[in-house]
Design a protein around this ligand. Structure first.
Ligand SMILES: [Zn+2]
Length: 313
């Protein structure tokens, strides 16, 4: 572990490798290995993602949700929670690292230890609803990070930008009533999980859903972000920018049909850094969501983190 004052912080943990989905599942252990390999040569402030306390999970989920998942963890093999979402013996520990990494990243960035942080953990989180694990996700990692920033640190407003190719239905559910949080999601539509229509606006007009058509590419994405996302962020004026960084909008991804390039992820990261510089002192916490072509995932994460690192200095 290296310590480089002011450098971008990278939270991860090998416990993430102990969350094992059944053979052939796209959300595989090798994803985290691909991310680790892609970032191996970078000079980052590497920190172990801590295990979170129950209290962090309970910021967004009822006790019954945590208890249900804990009780379902199998001693060996797998236990299916739904058609897509399974537990292995190491899943709860991995999920606690994913939440803990997001919480620690918020704490570190708000303490001024770095301007930007990336959490490279799994399972992902943006599909987990208040009482429903789904879509490979158990807990709402980024929504918990948002509530940590608001309720523990006392920020007035946080924004979450979700550029995963799937709608972040879980984050939307967890932040639906929270007027101090703006949730913005771009996603292919129609696609799993089926939610994310522009008409879904949040109880406090605090949700902005921006569906993209299958087959659309980087130019359409760039125009959408310039025309809709960045003005919305300026209007909201967050004190911290959180990113649900899924890389499954990449043209090579097997689960979806957008045609973003690796360079598009770098461009988008840079523009989000521009907005963070303008609005919130450059403070960004980003966390890994999807991305299922291992080569595209590694290259896209490297492009994302390289920009975060450059802009953290
Ligand atoms: Zn996804």
């Amino acid at each position: 572990m290296t310590k480089d004052e002011g450098a971008m912080i990278y939270f991860s943990h090998d416990d993430g490798l102990a969350h094992v989905n059944p053979p052939g599942h796209p959300e595989q252990v090798a994803r985290l290995e691909a991310v680790g390999a892609a970032l191996a040569g970078m000079d980052l402030d590497r920190r172990a993602a801590p295990l979170c306390d129950d209290a962090e999970i309970l910021r967004c989920h009822p006790r019954a949700h945590l208890d249900r998942i804990a009780a379902a963890v199998p001693a060996e093999g797998w236990r299916a929670l739904d058609a897509d979402t399974s537990l292995s013996p190491g899943s709860l520990t991995a999920a606690r690292r994913a939440v803990g990494g997001c919480v620690a990243a918020v704490d570190a960035v708000l303490a001024g230890e770095a301007k930007t942080a990336f959490v490279g953990c799994r399972p992902p989180g943006h599909h987990a609803e208040r009482e429903t694990p789904m879509g490979f996700c158990l807990f709402g990692n980024i929504a918990i990070a948002a509530m940590r920033a608001l309720d523990h640190h006392g920020l007035d407003r946080v924004a979450v930008v979700d550029f995963d190719v799937h709608h972040g239905n879980g984050t939307q559910d967890l932040l639906w009533d929270e007027g101090r949080a703006l949730f913005v999601s771009s996603h292919q539509m129609p696609l799993y999980p089926g939610t994310g229509a522009a008409s879904e606006r949040g109880a406090q007009d605090n949700v902005l859903n921006l569906p993209l058509a299958a087959g659309s590419g980087g130019e359409a994405m760039r125009a959408l972000y310039e025309d809709r996302v960045f003005p919305a962020l300026r209007d909201f004026a967050p004190d911290l920018l959180l990113i649900s960084a899924g890389f499954d909008a990449h043209a090579a991804d097997p689960l979806a049909g957008l045609n973003w390039s690796t360079a598009d992820f770098g461009w988008l990261t840079g523009r989000l850094c521009d907005l963070a510089d303008e609005l919130c002192g450059g403070r960004i916490v980003s966390t890994l969501e999807g991305g299922y072509d291992l080569q595209a995932l590694g290259a896209s994460v490297a492009a994302h983190v390289a920009v975060l690192k450059e802009r953290s200095a």
